[in-house]
Write a protein that binds this ligand. Structure first.
Ligand code: TRP
Length: 331
């Protein structure tokens, strides 16, 4: 069975876009591959979180992924900092990652623009840590978005370079991989592009939002002044709302509002009310599980321990081989 690895950013609540995109992708993979999913808390140190924030963020992400359907009996779900083999491999890989190539990475350039007062070496070597995460389990498949393509290319470079340096065909090449070709794209509520937390307040509906908050956000979604001719093409902000309805509502509901739009009888207030209620229904089980799991410390502790043990089993095998290959041998 092929091995899949993916890192989950440890900051930010999950929104509908994450849920219908990346998470459903993970949930489908858990039945077909040997999956390692981890919360990337070491990576988050590049932004200097406080200890309380760091812990709170990791907990929230863990709770929400469990609530959204990741099954810790099927996948190895762990917290990156619980697996010290990660940092050991990171150190070895750093010895053959060149400063010039790291400085040229677009994500490094973006990050130094975003935090000019904190250009630490961890930012520079972020792609090396990511490569270590992946090749630690000798994974070949990495479910990530387009924005991570360059990082994956660097992972392949570091894996190949290690193999060449020690003349040992040890690490396979990891490639980006998504379960289905066309992941569902969830538009935001601002009338523009996709749902995202960086697109401003009110654009994203979070899985942890209360029904009241969901109603408020949806009622404020951007619309136009309405169609003026039958069967008119929908402008983007209206198409976005219909796209959301397609995902969370029944086919009948979609058709109902589509007909109203096409005959110029639509009232956006009604459509939004229905959309809000259907989002609330679609996310209710997850919202309930978030509440239950977040107060169940015993369960969270057990999940984290179980994940760390399974991850370290795989990681320590690799590290043992790598030490031998590098030449750290016992007398
Ligand atoms: N860089 C990834 C992101 O920003 C997170 C990540 C860290 C990751 N390590 C990884 C993803 C290893 C895949 C594999 O989303």
């Amino acid at each position: 069975m092929e091995t899949v690895v993916s890192g989950i950013r440890s900051t930010g609540n999950l929104h509908l876009g994450n849920y219908y995109g990346a998470i459903q992708n993970f949930v489908k993979m858990q039945n077909e591959y040997n999956c390692f999913f981890f919360i990337a808390d070491l990576h988050s140190l590049t932004t200097h979180p406080t200890p309380a924030d760091l812990h709170g963020n990791v907990k929230q992400v863990l709770v929400e992924y469990l609530a959204a359907g990741l099954d810790p009996e099927k996948v190895t779900l762990y917290i990156q900092s619980d697996v010290p083999e990660t940092t050991e491999l990171y150190l070895y890989l750093n010895m053959n990652a060149y400063v010039g190539e790291l400085e040229r990475s677009t994500s490094f350039k973006d990050k130094i623009r975003a935090q000019p007062d904190n250009v630490n070496a961890g930012l520079l070597t972020y792609p090396v840590l990511m490569a270590a995460d992946i090749i630690l389990h000798r994974a070949t498949k990495v479910p990530v978005g387009k924005d991570q393509e360059q990082h994956l290319e660097m992972s392949r470079t570091f894996a190949n370079r290690f193999n060449r340096l020690y003349n040992h065909d040890y690490f396979p090449e990891p490639y980006a991989f998504n379960f289905s070709e066309n992941l569902v794209k969830i538009p935001g509520l601002d009338g523009k592009g996709k749902m995202g937390k960086s697109e401003g307040e009110g654009n994203a509906v979070y899985l942890s939002d209360s029904p009241e908050a969901i109603r408020k956000k949806v009622m404020r979604a951007v619309t136009d002044s309405g169609p003026t001719a039958d069967n008119q093409e929908k402008p983007q902000e209206i198409q976005n709302l219909f796209d959301l309805i397609k995902v969370v509502s029944s086919a009948d509901t979609y058709e109902h509002f589509d007909n109203l739009y096409n005959t110029c009888n639509i009232r956006y207030g009604d459509l939004k009310k229905q959309l809000a209620e259907d989002i609330i229904i679609a996310t209710a089980p997850i919202r309930d599980r978030i509440k239950d799991i977040s107060t169940d410390s015993a369960y969270l502790r057990q999940v984290a321990r179980h994940g760390a043990i399974k991850a370290r089993e795989s990681a320590s095998k690799t590290i043992k081989d790598v030490r031998e290959i590098i030449g750290f041998r016992s007398f």
